[in-house]
Design a protein around this ligand. Structure first.
Ligand code: 0WD
Length: 255
């Protein structure tokens, strides 16, 4: 039904066991996909290797990739392409903003901090799609991870809200551009999940509590729920969907 068996899927952004990308990896692995991981820091590579061992998962390939660097992206995807031939799916689960730009007042966001957050969290999906598409010769599916702060002012989210708005719009332009090659491009807008990246957001606990109290499902989402929706978006089941922002947030965005 899913048609994910032996499909080569690149997952970017497993930093540790809590990472949303790790939830995605578990769902896709169970569906029979071949997993290719990219990491930025050595520390993450070590954590990833331990996770794979602990869960008895076999990765097809693990490569280093810094999305702030075009050369690093080109090298990583060349290595992936040379090793697996065809890429069927890509999960971009990467974002970063300087801690000082997530504190204090939004109006004090620095020029450099604004550029860096957008470069890492939004432009990177364009750069990565450009390299990946060379190997997506049988069509494919690309997913980015976003958050409601792109659409509404969530005061704590600050410059990341701007970066996510750019990411969501980039997803739509990429969908239009790559649709002719049968490559679908979508984003999942996840509810708040306690991860390393979430640590940078002050009052994250209040955001979690608010979802639990007010979201239609009256609970927070898990990385496994995001993983399962990502699996659906990677699969044959979603073949008619592109350019969409899909909320996995217990319905909170309705409020
Ligand atoms: O509540 C949350 N946690 C939500 C997260 C709600 C909605 C969306 N998201 C998004 C995030 O904004 C991000 O796009 O989901 C995605 C994944 O976030 P996460 O799982 O919360 O984050 P985390 O576990 O911290 O992993 C992010 C990875 C880290 O991996 P490494 O290997 O670098 O430790 O993104 C990485 C980050 O460091 N990253 C980069 N990877 C490659 N190149 C770069 C970079 N330049 N910068 C950051």
């Amino acid at each position: 039904l899913l048609q994910l068996k032996d499909k080569n899927i690149v997952i970017m952004g497993v930093a540790n066991e809590r990472s949303i990308a790790w939830g995605v990896a578990q769902s896709l692995y169970r569906a029979g996909a071949n997993l290719i991981f990219t990491y930025r820091q050595e520390r993450s590579q070590k954590k990833l290797n331990k996770l794979l061992e602990k869960h008895d998962f076999e990765a097809k390939l693990v490569v280093q990739c810094d999305v702030n660097n075009d050369e690093s992206i080109a090298e990583a995807f060349k290595e992936i392409g040379d090793r697996v031939g065809v890429i069927h799916g890509l999960v971009h689960s990467v974002a970063f903003a300087h801690a000082e730009d997530l504190k204090g007042d939004f109006v004090d966001t620095s020029r450099e901090g604004y550029a860096f957050a957008n470069d890492t969290s939004a432009y990177s999906i364009i750069a990565v799609a450009r390299e990946a598409k060379n190997y997506m010769t049988e069509g494919g599916s690309i997913i980015g991870m976003t958050y409601l702060g792109a659409q509404r002012v969530i005061p704590e989210y600050k410059v990341m809200g701007i970066a996510k708005a750019a990411l969501e719009t980039s997803i739509k332009y990429l969908a239009e551009d790559l649709g002719k090659e049968n490559i679908r491009v979508n984003a999942i807008s996840a509810g708040p999940i306690r991860t390393l990246a979430a640590k940078g957001i002050p009052s994250f606990n209040d955001i979690l509590k608010d979802v639990e109290e007010r979201a239609p499902l009256r609970k927070n989402v898990t990385k496994d729920e995001v993983g399962d929706m990502t699996m659906a978006m990677m699969s044959h089941l979603s073949r008619g969907v592109t350019g969409e922002i899909i909320y996995v947030d217990s319905g909170f965005n309705l409020l």
